[in-house]
Write a protein that binds this ligand. Structure first.
Ligand code: PMP
Length: 426
């Protein structure tokens, strides 16, 4: 055990997850690569857990942060804050939500917390619908709408949460259904649930479950849910913390794959937009956002330095069409990984959209989850110079691939070759 790891263990909570038997100490990054304290270089296929949206040490972002830090580091509130207003204007316009207001937070957890506060206040109900296997953050209320048991750290709750089917379709009773039948079955289940309860405040859902293992419902599921929710006055909160900003390639937001009935009532974002700086937030229609009847602020959410990072990062993303890059390079990578997966019996499914790709592993004899294989592939990939993630239900058995959105074709090829080697070793 390294000296730093021993010190970490002695002072940091046990429930902070670290990858690898011998955890890595990262020291610096550039582009799609990071280096550890021993001088090893890694191709980063997990994008700093999706925080590095564009690239590591992107000069445009570093410069903007440095300039703003040299001028003024301050709270986001009480005084007019130009970078915050500018970023809010851009996000409001991109969100697709009419008459949008934006509230900035410091994390995805705080963004979801705020969305839940707004929904419960607006609707006068503390009942929430959430998806099975979901992850929405680590605060008391975010945990209590988190269906993924390995991340749901308490059974106590300020909310009454009802869990809905639809987030995962590769296992369980609905696994064999076609897309249309799957949607019909999930909608019938939702109707049935609403027939047995007072009307909840909102449904909160990730368009593609992130921590849950990059599981993708069929396009249109949330549009179909939306029809039912509307009839009951229930709001739809789309948690775009992992799916936002073009990562899924075809769409700028995950909800757009379900767009038939229009945008959600609220969307939450975080992770990538600050390229590693803490930027999160909620976008909601003014009528919902302004329903609170007392003052409320976030001292650091929207601070000028993080907003400068967000503005520079968003400009780079749009000017370089990184959504298009995610579609093109991600499409090639998925194809390549599918071809590799077909030669490895423990690969159950390769799925994904854009640069959000999951490789589900299972025991070939029984189809049971195979967490040991996932851990072994992570270690072997690291040996080969590639960082990937893992996730899924109780047993983290799904490899997660989410590189910075500027990934090149050559880097995609290189990473796939390392992963191929690692998969063949198990
Ligand atoms: N929502 C989703 C979908 C997430 O993936 C995460 C983080 N993994 C969060 C919310 C919480 O974000 P944060 O860690 O910034 O609080």
């Amino acid at each position: 055990m390294s000296d730093l790891y021993q010190r970490h263990r002695a002072v940091i909570p046990d429930w902070i997850a670290l990858f690898y038997e011998h955890p890595i100490e990262l020291t610096h990054g550039e582009g799609r690569h990071v280096w550890d304290a021993e001088g090893n270089r890694y191709l980063d296929f997990f994008g700093g857990i999706l925080t590095t949206m564009t690239a590591h040490a992107l000069p445009e972002v570093t410069k903007a942060v440095g300039e703003q830090a040299g001028r003024l580091i301050h709270s986001s509130t009480l005084y007019l804050n130009r970078p915050m207003v500018e970023l809010a204007e851009r996000i409001a316009a991109l969100s697709g939500i009419p008459d949008a207001r934006v509230f900035f937070t410091t994390s995805g957890t705080e963004a979801n917390d705020t969305a839940l506060l707004l929904a419960t206040a607006y609707r006068g109900s503390n009942q929430i619908l959430a998806m099975r296997n979901s992850y929405h953050g680590r605060s008391f209320s975010a945990v209590s709408v988190t269906g993924n048991r390995s991340w749901s750290t308490t059974s106590l709750s300020p909310l009454q949460t009802l869990y809905v089917h639809g987030g995962v379709r590769t296992r369980g009773p609905y696994a064999q259904l076609t897309d249309d039948r799957f949607i019909e079955a999930c909608v019938a289940d939702l109707e049935d649930l609403l027939g047995h309860t007072r009307d909840p405040a909102a449904l909160i859902a990730e368009p593609i479950q992130g921590v849950g293992g990059f599981t993708s419902p069929p396009d249109g599921l949330y549009a179909a849910f939306r029809e039912v929710l509307k009839r009951h006055g229930v709001l739809w909160i789309s948690d775009e913390v992992q799916t936002g900003w073009g990562r899924t390639g075809d769409h700028f937001w995950g909800w757009q794959a379900h767009a038939d009935s229009g945008p959600p009532d609220m969307l939450t974002f975080a992770k990538g937009i600050g390229n590693g700086m803490s930027v999160g937030g909620v976008v909601a229609r003014a009528e919902i956002m302004n329903c609170l009847d007392a003052n409320s602020i976030s001292t650091f959410g929207g601070s000028p330095v993080t907003m400068a990072a967000g503005l520079a990062n968003l400009s780079y993303l749009l000017e370089h069409d990184l959504q298009g890059n995610a579609r093109r390079v991600g499409g090639l990578l998925i194809e390549r990984l599918r071809a590799i997966g077909a030669t490895v019996p423990a690969v159950r499914e390769v799925r994904g959209r854009g640069l959000m790709i999951g490789v589900e592993l299972a025991r070939p004899e029984t189809d049971a989850p195979h967490p040991e294989a996932a851990a072994a592939v992570l270690e072997a990939a690291r040996e080969g110079g590639l960082l990937i993630g893992k996730g899924g239900g109780h047993n983290t058995t799904i490899l997660r691939i989410a590189p910075p959105l500027s990934l090149t074709v050559a880097e995609a090829e290189e990473g796939a070759a390392i992963l191929e080697q690692a998969l063949h070793e198990i």
